[in-house]
Design a protein around this ligand. Structure first.
Ligand code: AMP
Ligand code: MG
Length: 330
């Protein structure tokens, strides 16, 4: 079968070399990570980073994560204290993003920090992402490769349907292993603050920190402007903690006991496995959204392990939608 789009390429070494050349020339490349597909640009190139905001329709106040091939490279741009070093040693490469103070000589575009004095950094654990980072030889700014506020893509085809011509090349390496965005931890202050639960289970993070991180203050939107209430949102209205769905609704099920009678049912994990559920979440939300039903009913997911992040995403997907931002670019 031929590729569905000329922009999607299997991520063989030749395609990775082409992607690196596009990025070095200031272009945009979507690439797989273990969490979700990212929309990458050279993090040191202001114009390229501005291109990410335009392609996603992302508000300029929402900062971007810089991805590195190696931890040592990140130390050139941000300050690691002892806590950050301990976490990086334990979790990188992996699904943990650290928000750290920028060094005075930080070379990452200020647009990535969106006016804050911190920069979010991560080393992804995915062979294609790491080969690409090595080949470019510079950090890549890479938010999730979806239109702002929409469902993150966990497959190359989902990137294509989100961004179409706005992206120069999409490297395809199949579905993402984890399927949820990284956990975002702010270590720029005295106490660690959890800005976003994600692919690193909360219990493991608490274990590594030796304390429970502070929750993001509900009335402090600038601490992490991306964490808007409505996010990861399908177009179809979604309701939470559903015991059953009506004959018109789509059911996003979880576990072995699934009520019958929905117009369409997709089960995140029939055995009740949260890792499997995380990997299926965004793809199933997309499929239910595409079915054109009046509503999606989501069954409850337990609040443990990756369940924290799954519940967070479902809650945001169900939140009332804001009016479109007046100056977000189409
Ligand atoms: P994504 O846009 O999918 O890559 O998600 C990245 C998340 O990290 C967003 O919610 C951002 O708001 C958040 N983030 C990135 N950089 C920072 C930063 N310097 N301070 C606080 N939050 C950040
Ligand atoms: Mg995102």
């Amino acid at each position: 079968m031929s590729d569905p789009s000329p922009r999607i390429r299997r991520s063989d070494p030749e395609a990775i070399a082409e992607a690196a050349a596009i990025l070095k020339a200031g272009g945009l490349v979507a690439f797989p990570t273990e969490t979700v597909y990212g929309l990458g640009a050279d993090a040191r190139d202001d114009a390229a980073v501005a291109g990410i905001f335009a392609a996603k329709g992302r508000p300029r106040f929402n900062p971007l994560i810089a991805h590195f091939g190696e931890w040592e490279a990140a130390e050139e741009d941000v300050v690691f204290d002892a806590r950050a070093e301990r976490l990086a040693a334990a979790c990188w490469p992996g699904p943990l993003t650290l928000v750290l103070p920028r060094r005075p000589d930080c070379r990452i575009s200020l647009l990535c920090s969106a006016g804050l004095e911190t920069q979010a950094v991560r080393v992804p654990d995915q062979a294609v992402a790491r080969a690409l980072l090595r080949s470019v030889g510079r950090p890549l700014a890479a938010p999730s490769a979806n239109r702002s506020g929409r469902i993150s893509p966990t497959a190359a085809q989902a990137v294509e349907s989100e961004l179409g011509k706005a992206v120069d090349l999409i490297l395809d390496d199949g579905p993402c292993r984890i399927g949820l965005e990284s956990t975002v931890l702010d270590l720029s202050g005295e106490r660690p603050r959890l800005l976003r639960p994600g692919g690193l289970p909360l219990e493991r993070l608490i274990d590594l920190l030796g304390e429970v991180p502070e929750a993001r203050a509900a009335n402090a939107p600038l601490a992490s402007p991306g964490l808007l209430e409505s996010h990861y949102a399908p177009q179809t209205p979604l309701r939470l903690d559903a015991a059953a769905a009506t004959a018109e609704e789509g059911l996003l099920a979880f576990g072995p006991d699934v009520p019958a009678g929905a117009a369409m049912t997709l089960n995140l994990s029939p055995s009740g496995d949260l890792t499997e559920a995380a990997a299926n979440l965004f793809a199933y939300l997309r499929r239910l959204d595409a079915a054109g039903l009046p509503a999606i009913a989501a069954m409850p997911v337990p609040e443990q392990g990756l369940g924290h992040a799954i519940r967070d995403r479902l809650r945001r997907a169900a939140a009332p939608r804001p009016a479109p931002a007046p100056h977000s670019t189409p």
